[in-house]
Design a protein around this ligand. Sequence first.
Ligand code: PGA
Length: 267
Amino acid sequence: MMEAENFGLHPNSIMRKKIVAGNWKLNNNIEESRALAKEVAALVKAEVSADVQMVVCPVSVNLSTVAAEIDGVENLALGAQNVYPKASGAYTGEVSAPLLKAAGVGYVLIGHSERREYFNESNEFLAEKVKAALAEGLVPVFCCGETLEQRESGVHFDFVKSQLTESLYDLSEADFKKVVIAYEPIWAIGTGVTASSDQAQEMHKVLRDHVASKYGQEVADSTSILYGGSCKPSNAKELFGKPDVDGGLIGGASLKARDFVDIALSY
Ligand code: PGA
């Protein structure tokens, strides 16, 4: 509660972009996507402060439909859930950064734990994706997070730091500054179990210090670090009240426009 009240006074958070991104995952056909995007766009326009950047990430086949619905809402951007590192060629089934850009995409999720787990995406491969996104001017939302076993055995800080090191620390300072980080403890994704705001803050601080050790304090202070994992209207205020939590990556709750926007109103 104290932190929530003090949030607006925290000097670092003023420098960083507040972002609330909705990851729709493999949900919503074209008509459902259109309807949800329309509802989100109207609510964001009417209720969300211009300093909170909202993002919606539909499945790729529905990107253009959603782009048309959210067009003209200044602080609502289109995001993709994935990108392939190559621009074009014989890569059946993949979608490249230039194609996403042309479809109106501004943000792209990279390294979501579901991609790491089900599609065996390695830190090295994710590093290529980050570079491909940046080359097209897309903002990578780089996801990281530990399993419950890793947390219980006490290796979680080192594990998540190594995800950043291996996928992001080849970037120049200018490029790193364009990256958004999303900390998503795997045990909290889709489980209804949220990390406590103290657990989130603790990891976000560790990650910010880790960024500072590589790129310096100024860059670390300007890096947005989002929390993801069972974030919903009832817990967003407490999470966002922490000084190193700069917003959220929302799965389940982003499928309801009212809940998604209520999360953004928690600032
Ligand atoms: P959740 O998903 O909010 O449904 O837990 C978050 C995510 O996977 O990005």
